[in-house]
Write a protein of this length. Structure first.
Length: 397
C-alpha cells in the first residue's frame, strides 16, 4: 500500500477530475488523503474522504482578459494561496507521511513541500494553460512568471541551485486531455495525457427531471464561475438565442439564478446541474460553454458537439482546438449577438458532422486511459522512487 497526498486548490473544476484518480487509487488498496480548503473539498468529495485542511481565507476575485487575466490569477490567487498554505502543508506532510504527492499546477506550495521533504511528486494539469510553456513566445511574460515562482522558492528557504519550476514535476505530469485538444506538438515522455477523468459525484435529488420535455432537443448552458458580472449579459443573449432556435429546443441553464434574465416557460434553470448524469442519460444534444477543459472533455466523451464562448486563461486555446477538430463552433464571449449565437447552436444541432466529429474526438480522448492510466503512472512513480519512507523527514519550515 502506498500513501498518496493530493494537494488541490479550492476550485471545483480541478477537484472533480482528481476525485476520479483518487477513487481509482483507493480501489487498488492505497491510502489517499486530500489537503486544501476543507469547506470546498468536503462537499465535492463527500463525508468518506480523508481531508487534511489547510485553513480558509478569501482571495481577490479573478478578472480581466488575456494577460491581465493571467496576472489576476497568479497575483490575486495562486501566489497568495501558496503563501497561506505553506506552513499547514509542511505540518500535514509530517503528520500523514505520504509516499507520493499529486500536486495541482495551481498549488505550487505542494511541490515546494515535496522538494523540502525529499518526496516524489507528480504535477496535475486539469487544463491546458500550463502545458507546453505557452508563454515562451512572450519573454517578458515568461520572465514575470519565473520571478513569481522563484520568489515562492526563496520564501520556502529552498536552495537556489536546486530550483525546479513547481508547475512541472521532472518525474511526471498528468494532464486530463489528449492530442486531439493539445495541438500537434508531441508531449515530453514524462507527460501523460490520460484524457478526461470522470467519477461518480454526489447525487442531486433536487434536479427537476420531470421538467425535461419529451421530443425536445436540449442544450446545456454552463459558463463556469469565471464570467462574473459579464455572465449576466452573456446569459441574456444566450436566453434570447435559444428562443430564436425554436420551440423544439429546450435550454438547461446551470448558473446562479441572479445571473439569468426572465426565461421562457420551457427553460430549466438550476444553480448546479448533475452534468455527467444528464450526459450519461442521453438527456442532452449539445453544450454551450466557456471552453473549460473539464466541460469540453465531458461533452466530447459523451459525443456531444459544442458551441464555445471562451472568456480567459486556457479557454481560447481549447475552444480553438474543438473548432479545428470539427466538433463544434467558437463564438466571441463579449460580442456575439443572439442571432449569431442562435445560428451557431442550430448548426451544431442540425449538422450531423459536428456530432460525428464529437464522437470521434471523444473516442480519441478516452483512449488516454483516464483514471486507470493516471493511477498506473502514479504507482510507477512510487515504485521508481525507491526511497525508504520510514526514515525521518528533513527539517520543516
Amino acid at each position: 500500500m502506498t500513501r498518496f497526498l493530493l494537494v488541490m486548490p479550492p476550485l471545483t473544476g480541478h477537484v472533480n477530475p482528481a476525485a476520479g484518480i483518487a477513487a481509482e487509487l483507493t480501489a487498488r488498496g492505497h491510502d489517499v488523503a486530500w489537503t486544501g480548503t476543507e469547506s470546498v473539498l468536503r462537499p465535492l468529495l463527500g463525508p468518506q474522504a480523508q481531508v487534511l485542511g489547510t485553513g480558509t481565507r478569501a482571495f481577490r476575485a479573478q478578472g480581466g482578459h488575456g494577460l491581465a487575466a493571467l496576472r489576476s490569477l497568479w497575483e490575486g490567487f495562486i501566489v497568495p494561496y501558496a503563501r497561506f498554505t505553506a506552513k499547514p502543508l509542511d505540518a500535514i506532510v509530517r503528520e500523514f507521511r505520504p509516499d507520493v504527492l499529486l500536486v495541482d499546477q495551481h498549488t505550487p506550495a505542494g511541490a515546494l513541500a515535496a522538494h523540502r521533504h525529499g518526496l516524489p511528486w507528480a504535477s496535475f494539469a486539469p487544463g491546458a494553460m500550463e502545458l507546453g510553456r505557452p508563454y515562451r513566445a512572450l519573454p517578458q511574460v515568461e520572465a514575470w512568471m519565473t520571478g513569481l515562482l522563484r520568489g515562492l522558492w526563496e520564501r520556502a528557504r529552498l536552495p537556489a541551485q536546486e530550483y525546479v519550476d513547481p508547475r512541472f514535476s521532472p518525474a511526471l505530469v498528468l494532464a486530463t486531455t489528449g492530442p486531439a485538444l493539445t495541438g500537434d506538438d508531441a508531449p515530453p515522455p514524462h507527460h501523460a495525457l490520460v484524457g478526461p477523468v470522470q467519477s461518480a459525484r454526489p447525487a442531486d435529488p433536487d434536479f427537476p427531471w420531470e421538467r425535461l420535455l419529451p421530443g425536445r432537443r436540449r442544450v446545456l448552458v454552463t459558463m463556469g464561475t469565471l464570467a462574473g458580472e459579464l455572465g449576466a449579459d452573456f446569459h441574456a443573449r444566450a436566453a434570447r438565442a435559444l428562443e430564436l432556435c425554436g420551440d423544439d429546443v429546450q435550454p438547461v441553464f446551470a448558473t446562479p439564478r441572479e445571473l439569468l434574465p426572465e426565461l421562457p416557460p420551457q427553460a430549466v434553470a438550476v444553480d448546479r446541474a448533475p452534468v455527467l448524469e444528464l450526459m450519461a442519460r442521453g438527456a442532452l444534444d449539445a453544450v454551450l460553454c466557456h471552453g473549460g477543459m473539464n466541460t469540453v472533455g465531458e461533452a466530447l466523451t459523451h459525443g456531444l458537439p459544442l458551441v464555445t464562448a471562451p472568456i480567459r486563461h486556457d479557454q481560447p486555446f481549447v475552444a480553438a482546438q474543438v473548432a479545428a477538430a470539427g466538433a463544434g463552433l467558437r463564438v466571441p464571449f463579449a460580442r456575439v449577438t443572439p442571432e449569431r449565437l442562435a445560428q451557431a447552436l442550430r448548426a451544431v444541432l442540425d449538422t450531423a458532422d459536428y456530432r460525428h466529429n464529437a464522437v470521434r474526438v471523444g473516442e480519441a480522448l478516452r483512449a488516454g486511459g483516464g483514471a486507470a492510466a493516471a493511477a498506473d503512472r502514479l504507482e510507477g512513480l512510487a515504485a521508481r522512487a525507491g526511497r525508504d519512507f520510514r526514515q525521518p523527514l528533513p527539517g520543516s519550515l
